[in-house]
Structures are given as structure tokens and as C-alpha cells.
Ligand binder design. Structure first.
Ligand SMILES: C[S@@+](CC[C@H](N)C(=O)[O-])C[C@H]1O[C@@H](n2cnc3c(N)ncnc32)[C@H](O)[C@@H]1O
Length: 705
């Protein structure tokens, strides 16, 4: 296997065979964790990627796994491909970045929410005063948990051969489609695989071309798959993934495993009180449940048990194997076909790749790459979809403390966090609101796309968190940012009339479990209810803060680092119903799965399929969701009609957060704009005219120019 392949983050490993030896289970971490710990000890020493604190970040090696179909459209527009990938300035296809470098190590506030790089929600009560927010550790590689980087050997055969669970082998899965490729994606290539070369300043462009070609190949495969799927028709089973096994597997394995007996409800209850079964029993049972559920139509009748008994057993075993609470296990399990759900849970056990976003206000990607390569960093472009992203494979220096980092040439930023800003696509000279912005990964990215023109109001309700936001804004040389600290629900009363608004909403963080395993056990039904409620309030305020008459914009992007429907499609659908003057538009993102238009008995507006879902097991990036709306002028009757309809459909969850007469008050905005202007002038050494008016309101407004 080539160097690149070895160094990339591994795919989630399949559940191991019972024959493999493991430690006894560790209840708190989940049985899989105990299992993994045992295996870890036997692995070869890993090469390390150092974080800024000298902690090591390493990436587990993984092999062989293929993936389910991500949609990749390889588009080649105008310029040469090399130029696109290594462009100096972010082009129209946009570019993007990881945030969350918390430059304020002293801040100890605890976050109730997850931000895209792994904050923490700890029981939000719905009142901002109850929020207790912590600095985002994952924003800062200094604080990132140590992860294992197993670079493997040069010879693929050296890797331990793990018996594989035949949990899923869909037709789709026969080729790589991860947007950030993994080792396994490249493993089938021959010796002459360009991936085998070491990445140097000289071969950047060749590597970029190879990536393009790969994307094009994948796009062709995607089309083939879609055609196959269309010809194959729909499965009428309760679960999409049912009967999804290959026919050849069917022939090989027609029956229910001999000696396997699904425990009864009583036996399960007994098992629980006695600490649960041995990890081997769990693995075996999960395999069997996945296999039988995967071919329920053929095997179900032979089991003598009901489908729901199998499902219940599997959910319960997943919870204890991976260490989730039962509620969250079921919630996440329901999002996927059976076998794919296992892939998702497995992917959450593996760290995502280390990625950085070039700050184009300070440097060009190729120059940054060369500078880091000179320092001993092994990296390469993330992929064609971003012209500012770099994936770091190994580094002999702390990647969060290099001179380039300190000089603001890049942001450590998860690849998924690039997505909402790409979708927002801010245009130079626009006025942008980043409604929940700390620690500023997306704000600074927006600033770069605006080329330091226009103005960004970077708001966050948590004042402590705005410290790291301000630090990042300064470090990256953003001169068009005003930092402020309001509850987002106060907008647009605070100010409005924005060309674009980003609402990267506080969320449960179910997309970033690999970064923060505490999510597995600390999320309850109530958390999701409260979060969804807050998100609905915020999204209406975000919509109302947009100037529908904007000549260049009039858009809002809603994003979360969560994969639950309550926090995503349900919020978007609610906004569509409550605000007749908005409609969804294409996000402009070239990959990601369609948003759900129906889910467990709920039906959403058809246009919700325009929203995008991203998954760790599919795209090799954090779980993420992105929706983009266009805001039009309101017409009174349309508004009334839609709202009556919304009230009727809403039932229990009514969120009337926004007063109807809210509008942008240019006068109220003036002091903030003036303040920013004054500071800009001051920074440029110009004479600053006397202040007309001091900003009112309790909020802190800090111009960062
Ligand atoms: C997902 S994080 C934002 C990450 C940020 N966009 C970035 O890219 O660095 C969500 C943020 O929302 C903030 N927040 C929570 N409730 C809020 C509210 N009611 N209004 C505004 N911000 C809020 C939290 O303090 C947190 O910083």
C-alpha cells in the first residue's frame, strides 16, 4: 500500500470475530472500547502527528472497507484543474475551512452545545441564562485527544488480517466514494499508484490532477449506481436496508445460524442486571441480527421470532458494545438501514482526518503547503471540492504551533466545517451575520471569501467564547469583523438587513461523537426537544435578519454538526411553514446525501431534499447538515395562509419566538457600523472623526479591525 494510503485515516474496522481475543468489557466505555483497548496494545508503534501542545494526534489505520454511495459530481469549470485545486484566491466554486482554535486556554466555561468541532451540550433548559458554555477543546489541537496514528508498513500484507464481519456488501460499496479518501480507497491500486509518491512542492499539481481524475471516476460510478438503483426498484421493507445482502451471499448462507437463539425479553432483562454478556457473545449476536435483518424476507420466517425482537436486540447490543445510552442508540439507529447503522457507529469510534484551511487573506495554499512540507509535514489537498483545504497525514512539528499557524496562515478546521461557508458563498462587499460564531472558524472563512471587504457581524450568545473568536479573527488578519454577544433570538431587533446570514446552530453534536464520546451517554429526549425548540426560534430570527431586497444575496444557511432529523429537517421544514417568504435552494455542495423528505411518519416539504447530510462513514468527515434558503419579500396574504397552515400542523411544538413587526432598523445599526469604520481607520493610521454616538444595549461590540 502506498504512503498516502497508509497515512490516511482508516475506515472503521469491522466488528471482530469472536475468535479474536479481547479484554473483558468495560461498561462505561462500551464493550467495543474495551475491545479496542486490548487490540491497541498489540499494534505496532504509531507515527504521530503532533498537536500544538505536543500532545500527539494520530490516525488509526484501516483497510479494505468500501463505502455507500456519496454523490460526487465532478465538475470542471473554466480554468485548468491544477489551477482550481491550487488556486491562490478562492474561486467561485469556493473553498473552505476548520475552526475552532481556542486561543484562550484560561477559559473554563462549559458549553451546553456542540459546535462543529466538538463542544458539549449538557442539559440546556431553553433559557440563555442557563447556558454554561465551555471553550471548544477540539478547536485547538492543543486540547485534542490523543489519537492513534498507525501508519502501517510499506507492505500491505504486513497488516494484521482481521476476520471481517459480513455485515454489508451492497453493490454501491464496491468502490470508494469518501470525499476525504481513506487508505482503503487507494489500496487496490497498483505499484505505480501516484499515491505512493511522497507529496512534495513539485508534485502538488500532479497529485491534484490525480484527485480530479478520481473524483471523475467516482462520478461515473455514481451515475451507474443510480441507474442500477432505479432499475432495481424499491424495497418495500420497513427498513431500507433490509434484504440488502448480495445474492451470492444469499446462496452461500441461506439459513439462520445453528445454535443461535435470540434471547427472550426476560433473558435480556436478566442479562442487563448481570452486567451484560461477554463481548464475544455481543459481537456474534450483532452479526447474526444484522445478517438476519438484512435478509428478513428470506430468513425472517425461519427464526420464529418477530422482526422487532431482532431490532430491539440489536439496538440493545449496539448500546452496550459502543457505550451509548439506549435512547440515543435507537435514535441514531433509526437513521440508517440496519447494516449501514453499524458502519455509522463504527465510524464514530475512529478519529476523522486532521485538516487545515488555508487563510487566503495571508497566503496561498501552495505556498502554505510548501512551507509546511519544509517543516516535515506530510500533507495533500483534501479534494477538488475545496481549493483551500489540506489534509495532514503526519508531522514532526506541532501542527497548531508552527510559525505559519501563529502567523495566521491557516486554521485547524474540520473538513465538514468548510461546508456551510461554501454554501453561504458570501460575495465581496456584502454585509453578513454569523449568528452563532464562536470560536470563529466559519467567520474567518467568510472574511477570507469577502477578501476583507464588506462587514461580518460575528455574534455568539456566550461572551466567554467570543474571546477565542476575537483571537482567531486577529490571528487570521480579518479586518471586516465586528464581534458581538447577543442571544441570537434578539435579532433582527439588534440589527438586520443582512445580505447573508449563517446560522451554525447550537446542537447536540451527534455528528462529532468521534471527537466527544460524552455525547453517547449524556443526551436525553429532553435535550433534543429543547435544542430543536431553540433552533426553531433561532432560524426564524436568522431569516428575519436577511434583507430580502439585497441585490447580491438574500440568503441564509442553516447548519448543525448533528445528524438527527429533529435538529435538521424538522427545523428547516418548520421555517418553511412559518416563513412563507423563504424557499430552499441548492446548497451548491457537490456531494452529501439528500435531506429526508419523510421520516418515521413525518412528512416534510419536498424541497427539503435540497438540503445536505454528511456522514462520517460515508464522507469520512464529521456528521453535518447544511440547508440554504433564499429569502424573498413578504406578501401579506401568502404569509397569513402559510402560518395558518403551520399552526394547524404544528400541534404540540409551537415556537413563536419572533414578533411579526420585527424589521431592520438602519438607525440602530449605525453606531456599530460607525464603530467598525472608526477602528478600521485607526488601524490604517487615519485620523478618526469624533464619535457621534456610543452603542447602546448591553451587548459587547468589539470591532476587530
Ligand atoms: C456550533 S457552535 C458555533 C461554531 C462556530 N460557527 C464556528 O464555526 O466556529 C454554536 C454556538 O452557538 C452559541 N449559542 C448558543 N445559543 C445561542 C443563542 N441563543 N444565540 C447565539 N448563539 C448561541 C454557542 O455559544 C456556540 O458557540
Amino acid at each position: 500500500m502506498g504512503r498516502r494510503a497508509k497515512n490516511k485515516q482508516g475506515d472503521p474496522e469491522p466488528m471482530r470475530d469472536p475468535a479474536e481475543n479481547t479484554k473483558p468489557s468495560h461498561k462505561k466505555l462500551g464493550k467495543r472500547k474495551a475491545d479496542a483497548d486490548a487490540e491497541q496494545a498489540s499494534k505496532r508503534p504509531a507515527k504521530k502527528v503532533k498537536g500544538p501542545s505536543e500532545k500527539t494526534i494520530s490516525i488509526a489505520n484501516g483497510k479494505g472497507k468500501k463505502d455507500v454511495g456519496a454523490k460526487v459530481k465532478a465538475k470542471s469549470k473554466g480554468k485548468g484543474k491544477d489551477a482550481e485545486l491550487w488556486d491562490d484566491v478562492e474561486g467561485s466554486a469556493s473553498s473552505e475551512g476548520w475552526e475552532d482554535v481556542d486561543d484562550d486556554p484560561n477559559s473554563q466555561a462549559k458549553s451546553l452545545f456542540h459546535d462543529s468541532d466538538g463542544g458539549e451540550f449538557q442539559g440546556f433548559t431553553g433559557d440563555l441564562d442557563d447556558l454554561d458554555v465551555e471553550e471548544d477543546e477540539d478547536d485547538d489541537p492543543l486540547h485534542r485527544p490523543t489519537q492513534e496514528l498507525d501508519l502501517g508498513s510499506d507492505d500491505e500484507d504486513d497488516a494484521p488480517v482481521l476476520p471481517k464481519l459480513k455485515i454489508k456488501k451492497s453493490k454501491q460499496a464496491e468502490r470508494p466514494s469518501k470525499i476525504i479518501p481513506t487508505g482503503s480507497d487507494a489500496s487496490s491500486d497498483s505499484d505505480s499508484d501516484p499515491d505512493d509518491e511522497r507529496v512534495t512542492g513539485k508534485n502538488f499539481e500532479a497529485r491534484s490532477r490525480a484527485l480530479d481524475a478520481e473524483a471523475a471516476r467516482e462520478a461515473e460510478l455514481d451515475i451507474e449506481e443510480l441507474q442500477r438503483a432505479a432499475e432495481g426498484g424499491e424495497d418495500d421493507n420497513e427498513f431500507d436496508g433490509a434484504d440488502e445482502m448480495d445474492e451470492d451471499e444469499d446462496e452461500m448462507d441461506e439459513g439462520v445460524s445453528e445454535g443461535f437463539v435470540l434471547p427472550t425479553a426476560e433473558e435480556r432483562a436478566e442479562e442487563k442486571t448481570s452486567g451484560g454478556p461477554d463481548v464475544h457473545v455481543l459481537q456474534k449476536r450483532m452479526r447474526e441480527c444484522v445478517r438476519v435483518l438484512g435478509r428478513w424476507k428470506k430468513l425472517g420466517h425461519k427464526t420464529g421470532r418477530s422482526r422487532s425482537e431482532y431490532v430491539d436486540q440489536l439496538i440493545s447490543d449496539i448500546a452496550s458494545y459502543y457505550g451509548y445510552n439506549d435512547f440515543l442508540t435507537e435514535k441514531l439507529f433509526q437513521l440508517f438501514p440496519v447494516a449501514e447503522a453499524i458502519e455509522f457507529f463504527e465510524a464514530n469510534e475512529v478519529p476523522r482526518p486532521v485538516t487545515i484551511r488555508t487563510n487566503t487573506l495571508r497566503t496561498r495554499r501552495r505556498d502554505l503547503a510548501q512551507a509546511l512540507i519544509n517543516r516535515g509535514v506530510t500533507l495533500e489537498p483534501i479534494g477538488k471540492w475545496t481549493n483551500v483545504g489540506l489534509q495532514v497525514f503526519e508531522s514532526s512539528v506541532p501542527i497548531g504551533a508552527t510559525p505559519e499557524y501563529l502567523a495566521g496562515h491557516y486554521m485547524l478546521q474540520a473538513a465538514s466545517s468548510f461546508l456551510p461557508v461554501i454554501a453561504l458563498s458570501p460575495q465581496p462587499h456584502e454585509r453578513v451575520l454569523d449568528m452563532a460564531s464562536s470560536p470563529g472558524g466559519k467567520t474567518t472563512h467568510i472574511a477570507a471569501l469577502l477578501q476583507n471587504t464588506g462587514i461580518i457581524f460575528a455574534n455568539d450568545a456566550n461572551k466567554a467564547r467570543t474571546k477565542s473568536l476575537t483571537a482567531n479573527v486577529h490571528r487570521l488578519g480579518c479586518k471586516n469583523v465586528v464581534v458581538c454577544s447577543y442571544d441570537g433570538r434578539e435579532f433582527p431587533k439588534v440589527m438586520g438587513g443582512f445580505d447573508r446570514v449563517l446560522l451554525d446552530a447550537p446542537c447536540s453534536g451527534t455528528g462529532v461523537i468521534s471527537k466527544d464520546a460524552s455525547v453517547k451517554i449524556n443526551k436525553s429526549e429532553r435535550d433534543f426537544t429543547l435544542l430543536s425548540h431553540l433552533q426553531k426560534q433561532l432560524i426564524l430570527c436568522a431569516i428575519d435578519s436577511v434583507n430580502p431586497a439585497s441585490k447580491t444575496g438574500g440568503f441564509i444557511v442553516y447548519s448543525t454538526c448533528s445528524v438527527t432529523v429533529d435538529e435538521n429537517e424538522a427545523v428547516v421544514d418548520y421555517a418553511l411553514r412559518k416563513r412563507p417568504n423563504v424557499h430552499l435552494v441548492d446548497t451548491g455542495l457537490e456531494f452529501g446525501r439528500d435531506g429526508f423528505t419523510s421520516y418515521r411518519g413525518k412528512t416534510f416539504d419536498e424541497s427539503v431534499k435540497l438540503t445536505r447530510r454528511f456522514y462520517p462513514h460515508v464522507h469520512n468527515m464529521d456528521g453535518f447538515y447544511v440547508a440554504k434558503f433564499k429569502v424573498e419579500r413578504r406578501t401579506k396574504q401568502a404569509k397569513k395562509d402559510k402560518e395558518v397552515e403551520a399552526e394547524a400542523q404544528d400541534g404540540t411544538m409551537e415556537v413563536d419566538a419572533v414578533e411579526e413587526d420585527l424589521h431592520f432598523d438602519a438607525d440602530e445599526d449605525k453606531p456599530y457600523l460607525e464603530d467598525a469604520k472608526r477602528r478600521r481607520m485607526k488601524a490604517k493610521g487615519l485620523r478618526v472623526p469624533p464619535r457621534n454616538r456610543v452603542p447602546s444595549a448591553s451587548a459587547t461590540v468589539e470591532a476587530t479591525a
